[in-house]
Design a protein around this ligand. Structure first.
Ligand code: ZN
Length: 280
C-alpha cells in the first residue's frame, strides 16, 4: 500500500502518500535550521504547509462538486497535492471556476497568515509568528506558482478555458498542453541548475500529465464527434427479403451480422487514424 487515508471531507477521502512521511521530518528540519526555531515548531510549519495544500485542493474540490463532478480523492505527495476528479467540467467557465478556486484559497491563506503572524508577534509568540510568516509566504508562492500557464496546473487550465471558446476544446488543449510541456522543460532546467529534486519531480509530473491529458481530450473529442450515420443508413438489408424484420438474426444471417459489426469498426479505426494524422 502506497498511501493511507487520514480524513474525509464532504465525502472526499484525503490520503497521504507514504513518501511524505519520510519527507516531512526533512522539511521540518530545514525550516527549523533556516529560521532558528525548534524542530517541533519546524514540524508544525511542515504540517501547516501540507494542510495549506489540502485546503487549496479542497477549494478546487468544493467548486467541482458544485459543478456536478465527483472528486474521487485528494492525495498528498511530497511535491504537493492532487485532487482526482472523475472528470473535469468541459464548459470553459466551469473549468475556469474549478481552476481558480485553489489559488483563491491560497491567497486567502496568505492574507490570514500575515494577519495571524503579526498578531502572534504582538503578544510575544515569536516562534509561532515565524512559522505563520513562513506559511503565509508559502501560500503566496503556491498561488503564484499554480497560476503559471503550465497545463494541467491551475494557470494552464485557466489558459485552456480562455482558448476553448475561440479555438474549440481540442485545439485549445493542444496549445495549452504544448505550453505546459515547454514550461515543464524550463522548470526542469532550473531544477537541474538549482539541484532542486522537488522542482525536477514537479517538472516531470507536468510534462507527463500535459501529454496524457491532451491524448485523453483527443479521444473524448473523437468519440463525441464520431457519427455512425453514414454507414448504418447505407447498410444493405438482410439477404432474402426487404420486408423481413429480424429481432434475432437467423443462423444464415450470422456471417452478414459479423460483417455488419466489423465494417463500422474498421471505418471508426480509419476515422481515428485520419484524425490523429491531422493533429500530429
Ligand atoms: Zn490548484
Amino acid at each position: 500500500m502506497n498511501a493511507f487515508k487520514i480524513a474525509r471531507v464532504w465525502g472526499i477521502p484525503i490520503s497521504v502518500h507514504v513518501t511524505l512521511v519520510i519527507v516531512l521530518p526533512i522539511i521540518a528540519l530545514s525550516i527549523a535550521r533556516g529560521t532558528g526555531i525548534s524542530f517541533l515548531w519546524g514540524l508544525a510549519g511542515a504540517v501547516g504547509f501540507f494542510a495549506s495544500v489540502v485546503l487549496h485542493e479542497l477549494g478546487h474540490s468544493l467548486v467541482a462538486l458544485r459543478k456536478g463532478c465527483r472528486v474521487r480523492e485528494i492525495m498528498l505527495l511530497p511535491i504537493g497535492g492532487v485532487a482526482q476528479l472523475d472528470r473535469m467540467p468541459t464548459r470553459p467557465l466551469d473549468e475556469f471556476h474549478v481552476a481558480i478556486a485553489g489559488p483563491v484559497v491560497s491567497l486567502g491563506l496568505y492574507v490570514a497568515g500575515r494577519l495571524l503572524a503579526s498578531l502572534a508577534a504582538g503578544i510575544g509568540l515569536h516562534s509561532a509568528a515565524r512559522v505563520l510568516a513562513i506559511l503565509s509566504s508559502v501560500n503566496l508562492m503556491l498561488a503564484l506558482f499554480n497560476l503559471l500557464p503550465s497545463f494541467p496546473m491551475d494557470g494552464g487550465r485557466i489558459f485552456r478555458a480562455w482558448l476553448t471558446p475561440k479555438l474549440g476544446r481540442l485545439l485549445a488543449t493542444q496549445i495549452a498542453s504544448g505550453v505546459g510541456r515547454f514550461m515543464a522543460l524550463v522548470f526542469g532546467i532550473i531544477a537541474l541548475f538549482q539541484f532542486n529534486p522537488f522542482l525536477l519531480l514537479i517538472a516531470l509530473f507536468i510534462y507527463q500529465a500535459a501529454g496524457a491529458e491532451y491524448r485523453m481530450v483527443r479521444l473524448q473529442e473523437a468519440a463525441r464527434t464520431w457519427n455512425p450515420q453514414p454507414w448504418s443508413t447505407a447498410e444493405p438489408a438482410w439477404p432474402g427479403s426487404d420486408e423481413e424484420i429480424t429481432v434475432s438474426p437467423p443462423p444464415y444471417a450470422r456471417r452478414h451480422t459479423s460483417a455488419h459489426i466489423t465494417r463500422p469498426l474498421q471505418a471508426q479505426q480509419e476515422w481515428f487514424d485520419n484524425l490523429f494524422e491531422k493533429w500530429r
